[in-house]
Design a protein around this ligand. Structure first.
Ligand code: ADE
Ligand code: ZN
Length: 338
């Protein structure tokens, strides 16, 4: 299929990115630079060697490559460099607003202080204002760690509440349903944090997990979650409750045989606030505009559908109504002029 939109149109379209793991933006070049800077032996010394390790065909095999690479992140400056490199790319992709996931337990569990991580990320976010990108942080719990570890992490995070917009849930979903963290979600909501959770595609119990997250834990968004199409009542729930859904086509096509384009188009058509994102762009072959283009091209999306995805990205975001109105006006202006 072909699409009526060009790469240039997609690149310039003002958009928000709502599903982006900062650790997943660690490009091979920076990985090698940080390995050298911090004297960490990662077992590879060239970009080609690093790329050769990128062999995965499901979530678990991806995570087995993903976490060990984080050893190169040691100091506050490393987290700053990682985040600022991503934010530059976001600016080049006309991302006006981004809500960035970070995995504190992936760092605290190997002896890096929570403060080191958040200070580096926050400083990059402040500096990115000069790039015309406004960014916020979403702290994810690793769902394959214990709920006690999540509780400890939440307590570590609360002094930095003003720097954190919400909480999420990621890592290996197998046997780790959202309800395992019901208490932590309740406490985070009471502290004024927004709520989202990964319900990865085609997991054992995907529909149950989506139902738990939506109906019991009261999340405002689901990350991935396209299996929701299997349950029309849940789709109706998502529409009537204005639930955001953050899809990542290129990532889907790495961990499954296809990018779930039919599901994305169906949900878009039904009025779900679904949007397109890059997940772990350094590992899944492309940043946000690449994701929009791959989906548009393979599924023959119309210009209106592409624009609606970008509109949804702002509408599903957790920015103020004033900012939302401003960005949506910029989007309308761009569409009128292009
Ligand atoms: N961590 C980074 N990317 C992830 C994904 N797509 N699903 C679960 N955990 C992740
Ligand atoms: Zn993700």
């Amino acid at each position: 299929m072909t699409t009526e939109v060009t790469r240039e149109f997609i690149q310039g379209l003002p958009k928000a990115e709502l599903h982006l793991h900062i650790e997943g933006t660690l490009e091979p070049e920076l990985k090698l630079e940080l390995a050298k800077r911090n004297h960490v032996d990662i077992g590879q010394s060239t970009i080609e060697e690093v790329r050769k390790t990128y062999q995965y065909d499901d979530l678990a095999s991806f995570l087995a490559v993903y976490y060990p690479a984080m050893n190169v992140l040691q100091n506050e400056q490393d987290f700053y460099d990682l985040a600022f490199a991503y934010l530059r790319r976001a600016a080049a992709n006309h991302v006006r607003h981004v809500e960035i996931f970070f995995d504190p337990q992936a760092h605290t569990s190997r002896g890096i202080a929570f403060e080191t991580v958040i200070h580096g990320l926050h400083r990059a976010i402040v500096d990115a204002r000069a790039l015309n990108v406004d960014a916020d942080l979403i702290m994810c719990f690793l769902r394959d760690f214990s709920k006690e570890s999540a509780r400890k992490t939440l307590l570590e995070a609360l002094p930095f509440k003003d720097w954190i917009l919400g909480i999420g849930l990621d890592s290996d979903e197998h046997n780790n349903p959202p309800l395992k963290f019901a208490r932590q979600y309740e406490d985070a909501a009471a502290a004024g944090l927004h709520l989202t959770a990964h319900c990865d595609i085609d997991q054992v119990g995907s529909i149950d997990h989506i139902r738990q997250a939506l109906e019991i834990m009261g999340v405002e968004r689901i990350d991935h979650g396209t299996n929701i199409v299997e349950d029309p009542d849940l789709v109706d729930f998502a529409v009537s409750h204005n639930i955001g859904m953050t899809s990542c086509p290129l990532s889907n096509s790495f961990v499954r045989p296809e990018m779930k384009g039919e599901e994305i188009v169906e949900l878009l058509g039904k009025g779900v606030k679904i949007c397109v994102n890059s997940d772990d762009p350094a590992y899944f072959g492309g940043y946000i505009s690449d994701n929009y283009y791959a989906l548009a091209d393979q599924f023959g999306l119309s210009r209106d559908q592409v624009v609606q995805l970008a509109r949804n990205s702002f509408e599903a975001s957790w920015i103020s109504d004033e900012k939302k109105a401003l960005y949506l006006a910029q989007l309308d202006d761009y569409v009128a002029k292009n």
